[in-house]
Design a binder for this molecule. Structure first.
Ligand code: SF4
Ligand code: SF4
Length: 679
């Protein structure tokens, strides 16, 4: 039956017929009202008297409803409170929290911005609920003679009419959401039809209709009483369903948004020497528990996830629901592992498949999921926490991963090359060694110091700095920031890298740093804080945009499609600066997915150093999207994106677009004499 229904709904014509039927019924109701078959009165009809039996029935019904609500909500609260404390949690900055609450919860800003139509429909339901809170209290207080709003008073009548407008908006909006969920069915909602969502939608619709109906029954005693009871029973059935369904977010998500960790993709410090990350239920913190129970199963995280979009096992929504189902089954004190290790066996066994080590290590840490989530769930502390649990304990065995960690430990760079290679490059470029007299320390990073294409970018950026007359120097010895180790969950290697980098800056008396790599910028400015405060650092796009008026402009007229790197856009909120640079070099073209919605290149989270991907290659999917814009040049602002696209573009026909970093686009316009002493 269920399969047949799913099969039927998957056909476009069935959905069309259903939509036409829904429209016909709606039109019929509207027609009946307009043709005055039903008479509208501007005053809400309320029952005058309630018998003792009715009051007793109401008390019993309310008691059962509240008891059923707490029967499920109580254990959930217990799980959240019994989870491990978040050692680093602080309410500071309270201003930011209040703003997020105002914007994301009260204004529903995030919900509307990311998906305008369904977002607006959801917002109307939410605002309608707020407007309806007083009406519902008054409704239930009426049989006890405690009603505080009366249809006969001006204030009461005004408020009831005001609530009626909201009731109409809620009824229409919930119908739209129902049609979307059950008839249009975007694939991100998952294969499973949520029947409970249908029941909830029906109950909300019934609540609104039974309220609105009281404006159409005049003083008819029996009809008024029937509507009152219909409304009351719907309320009493609706309440216990909240904690039993994903509608629990109605209660939890305002709290989740207010309490979420400060900072995007913030990886919390390990709480002690015994803490190795998220291994079992006992490692799940209160914030994580609160967040996973707030999931509304909208699938926005999965819709934007590059791994899910390219046929990999990783599905951020299922990771969140996987932790939730673990807590339901095993509780927060359990020693049972969160991740399944048997990759192959778990593949055909959802949800174990989604909570597998394979899934956790497919994440590029692009941050789309966290950025998109409307209820404040922070996926990256969870996913990286799971990786920490696997890596720090040696449970994750991967030859590429092991090679990478060894390269970081022994050579100090992720490419595993000798530090002599960097020395040779510095000498060839004539880069001065930072001695405290220069304004900037130019941080090369692994890509800028060792990768051939990264070196070209650094060399061109150095030309730009020289042209501007900005003094700079490079560190004599520079190690990786530890970014790939951090994102792959190796805390020991990361700590070594961070402490060594902080010491190097201190010893050289560095005040300001600039780098071509958004990953280095993020790690130094943010992740290193666990071990000390690094000097101020900025990305070369910010540096060049600030000095743009002093740079020669040479708009070639060529179309340039700019790719937003995840670690510059979503992580650092830098979108316009690189575009200003691109627009001076040619005609800026936007990719279909750009700015906050930019699609990852596939390199982040240490994945650039791991082995072959399963499914399609993320870099190929993104490169094809950039090529499809018809632009002559692909503009990048991250050496990792650059290297991923270099390989992807080379496999795309005879004349792929040229691939240039924003530093290279700028350097093209510099006088030729500036080229001396390079590469
Ligand atoms: S960070 Fe990116 S790759 Fe990782 S789960 Fe989220 S959306 Fe997917
Ligand atoms: S985690 Fe957030 S974005 Fe993903 S399904 Fe749940 S509520 Fe939606």
């Amino acid at each position: 039956m269920r399969a047949a229904l799913k099969e039927a709904l998957s056909r476009g014509w069935v959905r069309m017929v259903a939509l036409v039927c829904a429209a016909t019924v709606g039109a019929r109701i509207a027609g009946a009202v307009l043709s005055s078959e039903i008479h509208f009165s501007a005053t809400l009809a309320e029952p005058g008297k309630f018998s003792r039996l009715e009051v007793a029935l109401l008390l019993i019904g309310a008691g059962i409803s509240i008891a059923l609500f707490f029967r499920r909500f109580g254990p959930i609260l217990c799980i959240i409170f019994r989870s491990k404390k978040d050692k680093d949690f602080s309410l500071h900055p309270i201003g930011r929290r209040m703003w997020d609450f105002f914007w994301e919860v009260l204004c529903q800003g995030k919900v509307i911005r990311q998906r305008p139509l369904p977002g607006l429909a959801h917002a109307f339901v939410f605002w309608g609920f707020l407007a309806f809170a007083l009406v519902s209290l008054n409704h239930l207080a009426n049989p006890f003679g405690l009603a505080f709003l009366r249809p006969a008073s001006y204030v009461g009548n005004f408020y009831f009419l005001f609530a009626a407008i909201w009731a109409l908006l809620v009824a229409v909006s919930i119908t739209v959401l129902f049609v979307r969920r059950f008839l249009a069915r975007p694939i991100w909602l998952g294969e499973k039809l949520s029947y409970e969502s249908g029941v909830i939608a029906f109950l909300i619709f019934l609540l609104m209709v039974s309220y609105l109906g009281a404006f159409f029954v005049g003083d008819g005693g029996a009809a008024v009483k029937a509507l009152w009871w219909m409304h009351t029973l719907t309320l009493l059935v609706f309440l216990p369903l909240i904690p039993h369904t994903k509608h629990l977010h109605l209660v939890l998500s305002p709290l989740t948004v207010f309490l979420k960790r400060d900072g995007f993709s913030k990886i919390p410090p390990l709480s002690s020497d015994e803490d190795f990350g998220l291994i079992a239920g006992k490692d799940v913190t209160q914030l994580i528990s609160l967040q996973v129970y707030s999931c509304v199963e909208c699938g926005r995280c999965t819709e934007h996830c590059p791994a899910s979009n390219t046929g990999k096992v990783l599905n951020p929504k299922e990771i969140v629901l996987g932790v939730q189902s673990y807590l339901n089954q095993s509780g927060p004190a359990s020693d049972a592992p969160l991740l399944t290790e048997a990759l192959v066996e778990s593949r055909d066994n959802p949800p174990a498949r989604y909570m597998s080590m394979e899934a956790a290590f497919e994440c590029t840490t692009c941050g789309s999921c966290e950025y998109q989530c409307p209820v404040g769930i922070q996926h990256l502390p969870i996913i990286i926490g799971l990786r920490r649990g696997a890596t720090n304990t040696g449970a994750w065995e991967d030859t590429h991963g092991t090679k990478l960690f060894l390269a970081l430990e022994k050579q100090g760079n992720a490419l595993g090359l000798s530090a002599m290679e960097r020395d040779k490059f510095i000498q060839k470029q004539g880069f001065p060694i930072f001695d405290g007299t220069q304004e900037y320390c130019l941080w090369l990073g692994c890509m800028g110091g060792y990768d051939p294409k990264g070196r070209e970018i650094v060399a061109d950026f150095a030309r730009v700095m020289r042209y501007l007359g900005t003094s700079f120097g490079v560190l004599k010895k520079e190690k990786c920031t530890g970014d790939p180790a951090r994102r792959l969950g190796n805390d020991l290697v990361f700590q070594t890298m961070a402490e060594s980098g902080l010491k190097a800056f201190e010893a050289a008396k560095v005040q300001k740093i600039v780098s071509i790599c958004p990953h280095c910028v993020r790690t130094i400015s943010n992740d290193w804080r666990e071990y000390g405060i690094a000097p101020e650092i900025e990305h070369h796009s910010e540096f060049m945009a600030r000095h743009k008026d002093r740079l020669p402009q040479q708009n070639s007229g060529e179309s340039i499609v700019y790719h937003d790197p995840c670690y510059l856009g979503r992580y650092r909120d830098v979108y316009e600066e690189p575009r200003e640079i691109v627009a001076r070099a040619g005609e800026l073209v936007e990719a279909p997915r750009s700015h906050e919605r930019s699609f990852c290149c596939g390199a982040g989270g240490g994945l650039a150093f791991l082995g072959e991907e399963t499914g399609e290659r993320v870099s190929h999917v993104r490169a094809a999207e950039l090529v499809a814009t018809g632009a002559k040049i692909v503009g990048t602002a991250c050496p990792f994106c650059n290297t991923m696209f270099r390989d992807a573009l080379s496999s795309m026909g005879d004349a792929p677009p040229q691939l240039l970093d924003i530093a290279q686009l700028t350097a093209r316009a510099l006088p030729t004499m500036q080229k001396t002493g390079e590469r």
